[in-house]
Structures are given as structure tokens and as C-alpha cells.
Design a protein around this ligand. Structure first.
Ligand code: SF4
Length: 494
């Protein structure tokens, strides 16, 4: 049950709040930012008439805000707030008041905000910036950054075994009498060749048996059944390319650069030139940046930003993205990349990674060098050629149809089709493009701020759903910080 927001009655001890300096950052934030929007956002997630009175959503949201601002855990933020005058003042409680239990923070985050409201949190701060006249530019800059998963990468056999053990354990814990009815974990020899297939079959059987015995399963059993199903149905699992953790099945393996890889998530971000983040999309680490373009643009437009120009790297130069910008009369300041704008790779199983600028083959090997064949004058006969290590190809189990025995090289070629993009190619060569593309690195500073000061280097929680909440709350906080800076700048200029 949600109670109407109550007015705090200052106690005798509230006199202590006079000790908080006038220029304390939390005083400025409290004065400039409106947090009351949260009441309407989460209202529908509370029962109107039943249940105990809920802690005020604004108090819990302000606690989440402090938690991200100072990069603390649920437990630590409650401990710190209990003894920090400025934090307590910011929450609107008296110094002697008790604070909610840390478990209420995760419940609020996952059940109240997670239930559809979290997107609106970001929009709300963007709208406040627009209302205050802080956003003047009609340009958005797009990029992505990565966050390491909260779990370790596992081999396919470990994923299968771990998922099976976790499902078995949770069922037996809740229904001990079912233990004898569940299939037993198969014993496997260390060097057993078909171990993965046996374990895959076992996990499938276990999942089906649980569903048969407990057709109305819920809570943690449902969660483990869902994970088991996703693992069994993942065609890329055994090729070591799909699910790589039974604990965090949404995390994926991706590349940061030619030599550095990571296991986790990607946050795709759009930002104005004033450095206000207008859109966030979270995906597994392997996902293609360019595919998030439409979503980022739509979120930005929805938040009320007018967009006349998009600045981004080559990953966003896909044909569909360029057409979308053209249809909305948006100028793309996006360097063309033939692999991206020609619609990707044609041969199944080969993938291009723009951060690393190499092609990954179906066996998971990446190209070792690339070259352009043909001169600029030869037009459509120009190709981009990626070379693979033939020593690895010789020993590859997938070489049939891919690598001819005795061949001196193994290559993958992409024809460079230029004529459809003539207009963009000409624009790329003019001074306006060169000047505007120089604005792109400012988004990298923003990514660094998210990571260095607000915990986005590593996921705090598991799963895409929770990762998304973490990303949006973090962008809310960095937007608030920026809002304060821009407001002070505006005030000192007037
Ligand atoms: S033959 Fe070479 S390029 Fe083809 S799948 Fe095997 S390692 Fe990759």
C-alpha cells in the first residue's frame, strides 16, 4: 500500500543539519533536481488498499541515487547513511530516524522500477534538462562501452553441469520428497569425448522431469528451469560461442580490441553535445553496436530531443541506419565501413567485429591480417580481403568446404560497393565532416566516468534485466551531475 507523501516534522536533532555546508553537492542536487516524479512512476506497482504502508518511493529512490553516486553496495549505503548527516538530510528524514532494511532496496529496484518504470527514470531527467534550457544542441553522439559480468566464463561442460546441479538442488531443497524421482547426475570420465552431449541430454531430461512433477512451479525453481531450457536450446553452446555461464546466461563473450576480449555486457549510449545521456540499451557483450541505432534514436526522440545530426563510429554505417537517418532528415557524421554498410558478411558462420576489426570464422579463429585488393579506379571490383592462419586451418575440424588441403592461404573477401553511398563518401571528404567527427571522443569521457566513479566496470547483479536497471540508474546519476554543472555555468554566465 502506497501512502501519500508525508511532510517531515523536524525534530530537535534536525538542528544538526545546519552543520552541512551550504555548497555541499547534495544541497545543490536537492535544490535543482526534482525527484518527485518517482511517485507517479511506481504507483501502479503498489496495491492501493492492502498491505503494510510502503516506505516512500522517493526515499528509496534517493537511497538508490546515493548508492550509485558514491558507488556503494545495498548494505553499505544503509550503514553509511545511518551515520552521515548530509545523506540523511538529502533523504528528508530526521537524524534519529531509522532507515529501511537493505533488502527493501533490491525489492524496490527489481519489482517497482524493474516493472517497466526504469526507462522513464532516464527520460524524466532528460526532460528536466530540456525544461531548464540546458540542452541546445540537435546532435547526438552514439557509442557503446562494456561491463564485465558478475560471474566467470565457463566451458560448455561446466555450464551444463552447473545448471543441472543448481536445478536439482533448488527442487530438492523445496520438495525433498522428489529427490528419488529426479534423474541422477551422470558420472563422467575426465577424457570422455561425448561428455558434453551426455550432460546436455541429462539437463534436458532433468528440466522435463521437473516440469512434469511440478507443473505449477514458481520463484527460484521457475528461474532455474528457464535457464536450463535456454542452455539446452542454445545451438551455439557447444561451439563455445553462446551461453558461457550457468549463473549469468545473458552475459556474452565480446571483443574490446584486436587483442582484448571480455565476458559480460555492452551498454549502448546516445548523448547530446552537452553530455546529457538521452538513451541506453543493454545487450550481451557479443552484440553488434549498429543494430541498436534505431532504439537509441527512438528513445532520444521520445525524451523530447530534436535530432538533426548523429555522430558515431563506423559500426553505425549500416545501410538501414543510413536510410533511417535520411528519412528523418538527420545528417550522419558516420565514417563508412564497407563491411558494415554492405550488409555484413555473406557466408554463414563468419562474423565481423568492428572493435577488433577482424573476421571470426565458424571455428572461432580470427583473421590475422587484412588488405585491400584493386585500386580506387577499379570501382566495384575492389575488395577487402581478410587472411586466416593456414596452420590452424590445416588442423581445423570444420575445414571441409572451407579450406582446400595444400592451399597457400585461406581468405575471406568482401566486395567494396561504393556507388550507393557516393553522397556520404563525398561528405566524408569535406571539412564539415572532419570538424564534426572530432566531437565523437567526448562520449568516451562519459563512458570512463560511468566506469571509474559509478561502478560500471563490473556488473553488480546477474542477468540482462538487472544489468539494464544498473545501467539506467547510473546514467541517471551522471546526468544529474552534469545537470548541476550546466546549471551553475548558466547561472554564472547570466
Ligand atoms: S578452415 Fe580455417 S577459416 Fe575455415 S573454419 Fe576452420 S579455422 Fe576457420
Amino acid at each position: 500500500m502506497l501512502q501519500p507523501s508525508k511532510q517531515m516534522t523536524a525534530s530537535f536533532h534536525a538542528e544538526l543539519y545546519k552543520l552541512i555546508p551550504e555548497d555541499h553537492p547534495l544541497r545543490k542536487i536537492n535544490e535543482i533536481v526534482d525527484f518527485t516524479f518517482i511517485h507517479d512512476l511506481v504507483r501502479s506497482s503498489y496495491c492501493e488498499h492492502y498491505g503494510r504502508p510502503a516506505n516512500e518511493p522517493e526515499l528509496l529512490f534517493r537511497l538508490l541515487f546515493l548508492q550509485v553516486l558514491y558507488n556503494l553496495s545495498d548494505e553499505r549505503i544503509i550503514q553509511e547513511t545511518q551515520v552521515n548527516l548530509a545523506y540523511k538530510w538529502f533523504l528528508g528524514v530526521n537524524p534519529e530516524d531509522n532507515l529501511p532494511d537493505p533488502s527493501q532496496l533490491s525489492r524496490f529496484r527489481n519489482h517497482r522500477l524493474g516493472a517497466g518504470a526504469v526507462d522513464e527514470v532516464l527520460k524524466s531527467v532528460v526532460r528536466q534538462c530540456i525544461e531548464k534550457g540546458l540542452v541546445k544542441s540537435k546532435t547526438i553522439i552514439m557509442d557503446s562501452t562494456h561491463t564485465l559480468a558478475a560471474s566467470q566464463k565457463q566451458k560448455p561442460l561446466e555450464v551444463l553441469r552447473d545448471a543441472a546441479k543448481r536445478l536439482f538442488r533448488v527442487v530438492v531443497k523445496k520438495h525433498p520428497k522428489l529427490e528419488k524421482k529426479l534423474p541422477k547426475l551422470p558420472g563422467l570420465r575426465k577424457d570422455q569425448e561425448d561428455a558434453e552431449k551426455i550432460m546436455l541430454q541429462y539437463l534436458a531430461n532433468l528440466g522435463e522431469t521437473v516440469e512434469l512433477l511440478l507443473p505449477d512451479h514458481e520463484g527460484s525453481i521457475s528461474e532455474k528451469v528457464r535457464i536450463a531450457k535456454a542452455i539446452v536450446e542454445d545451438e551455439r553452446l557447444l561451439a563455445n560461442k553462446g551461453i558461457m555461464s550457468a549463473i549469468d546466461p545473458d552475459a556474452r563473450f565480446g571483443w574490446k580490441s584486436n587483442t582484448k576480449s571480455f565476458f559480460g555486457y555492452k551498454e549502448h549510449i546516445a548523448m547530446t553535445e552537452e553530455e546529457i545521456i538521452t538513451a541506453v540499451e543493454v545487450t550481451g557483450g557479443s552484440s553488434d553496436d549498429g543494430k541498436q541505432f534505431k532504439e537509441l534514436l527512438n528513445q532520444t526522440l521520445d525524451a523530447g530531443i530534436e535530432v538533426h545530426e548523429v555522430i558515431a563510429d563506423t559500426a553505425y554505417s549500416g545501410k538501414d541506419n543510413l536510410e533511417e537517418m535520411k528519412s528523418k532528415q538527420i545528417q550522419p557524421v558516420v565514417p563508412l565501413n564497407p563491411i558494415v554498410h554492405n550488409g555484413g558478411l555473406r557466408q554463414e558462420g563468419f562474423e565481423y567485429n568492428k572493435d577488433a576489426d577482424f573476421v571470426i570464422c565458424p571455428a572461432g579463429q580470427h583473421s590475422i591480417r587484412k588488405a585491400v585488393q584493386g585500386s580506387k579506379q577499379s570501382g566495384n571490383s575492389r575488395s577487402l580481403v581478410f587472411y586466416f592462419d593456414t596452420e590452424k586451418c590445416k588442423a581445423c575440424p570444420l575445414k571441409e568446404g572451407c579450406f582446400k588441403p595444400g592451399a597457400k592461404s585461406k581468405t575471406y573477401s568482401i566486395r567494396i560497393v561504393a556507388e550507393h553511398y557516393q553522397e556520404q563518401i563525398e561528405f566524408e571528404n569535406n571539412d564539415t565532416f572532419k570538424e564534426r567527427i572530432c566531437r565523437r571522443p567526448i562520449i568516451e569521457h562519459k563512458n570512463a566516468e560511468l566506469k571509474r566513479y559509478h561502478g560500471m566496470t563490473k556488473a553488480k547483479y546477474r542477468g540482462l534485466f538487472r544489468m539494464r536497471i544498473q545501467a539506467i540508474l547510473t546514467t541517471f546519476v551522471v546526468n544529474v551531475k552534469r545537470m548541476i554543472k550546466l546549471t551553475e555555468k548558466m547561472q554564472s554566465a547570466s
